[in-house]
Design a protein around this ligand. Structure first.
Ligand SMILES: [Zn+2]
Length: 287
């Protein structure tokens, strides 16, 4: 009954009512009916609130997402909601320092973030580790990251290891199947590597022996015995599937929002933020 009446009030009134509501109430209202859900989604204040989200280092969330080339990864509504709830979505702990872990769009405390399921790997390392091809992982969330400590300005593609493992699990159905497949792959990759290393070493020592005798032409024509190919310039590379790929610091893909508060149907940055207190205590004599 109440719901029917609510939808019958004039559009102007509906608008007026909604402007008095903040994000939390709007979200509750959106669960009332399809009509109100559309009404809530249409509210242009979501974009306004979203654009006001900044990190502790004063980078806006929009700038942060653009830096990873994922500007549209999540709706403004979801982002506002995530930034308002200051508790860990894994253990439930409450704190103002709970960051948003971008690959899973989750707020996580430092302890939960250390869990293996939040490991961040480069895309190439991750697909090699799970014996996938690039096209198997189409559609996976990739964050393009420019490491500020590197001279190269080329972005590294980062992924959540869990996302890649999920794709591998879809192919192999069970964890046990996947493990069995990977250990068999690793064993054969290792055998091939050993064989190639042996071939390389023996060809190089033959060449060196010939060079010592001064027979340059014969030395230059030494090939890998098994394949008949030229000796490669470098020692065979260790198989990527076995090489422990170094994970990237997961904090790199975390956004630490300044706390937001809802006041009278609006959203504000929390002025009691710990940073401001630090600034105050750092300048106790400033007037
Ligand atoms: Zn936690």
């Amino acid at each position: 009954m109440a719901l029917a009446r609510l939808s019958k009030i004039s559009l102007e009134l509906q608008y007026l009512v909604s402007t008095q509501l903040g994000p939390s109430d709007l979200l509750s209202l959106s669960h009332v009916s399809v009509y109100w859900r559309a009404f809530v989604l249409d509210d242009n204040r979501w974009a306004e609130w979203y654009s006001g989200i900044v990190s502790h280092s004063d980078e806006s969330l929009q700038e942060f997402l653009a830096r990873f080339n994922i500007p549209d990864v999540c709706s403004a509504r979801k982002m506002v909601y995530l930034c308002l709830r200051q508790w860990c979505m894994s253990c439930g702990d409450y704190s103002q320092d709970i960051q948003i872990y971008l690959p899973h769009m989750k707020r996580l405390c430092d302890t939960c973030l250390a869990d293996d399921k939040y490991t961040v790997l480069s895309f190439s390392a991750a697909i090699a580790k799970y014996d996938l091809r690039e096209r198997d992982a189409t559609g996976v969330l990739i964050l393009e990251w420019c490491n500020p400590n590197r001279v190269s300005k080329r972005a590294i593609k980062l992924v959540s290891e869990a996302h890649i493992k999920q794709i591998a699990l879809r192919q192999w159905i069970t964890e046990a199947n996947l493990e069995a497949h990977l250990s068999q792959k690793k064993a054969s990759a290792l055998a091939t590597y050993r064989e190639r290393s042996e071939d390389y070493r023996s060809a190089v020592s033959t060449r060196e022996a010939l060079q010592e005798t001064g027979n340059v032409i014969a030395a230059d024509s030494v090939v890998i015995a098994r394949t008949g190919r030229k000796i490669p310039k470098a020692f065979p590379a260790y198989p990527k599937i076995i090489l422990p790929s170094k994970p990237t610091d997961r904090k790199v893909v975390c956004f630490a929002p300044r706390p937001l508060v809802e006041v009278d149907g609006d959203v504000w940055l929390d002025v009691c933020d710990s940073d401001s207190e630090d600034e105050l205590s750092a300048n106790p004599t400033s007037e």
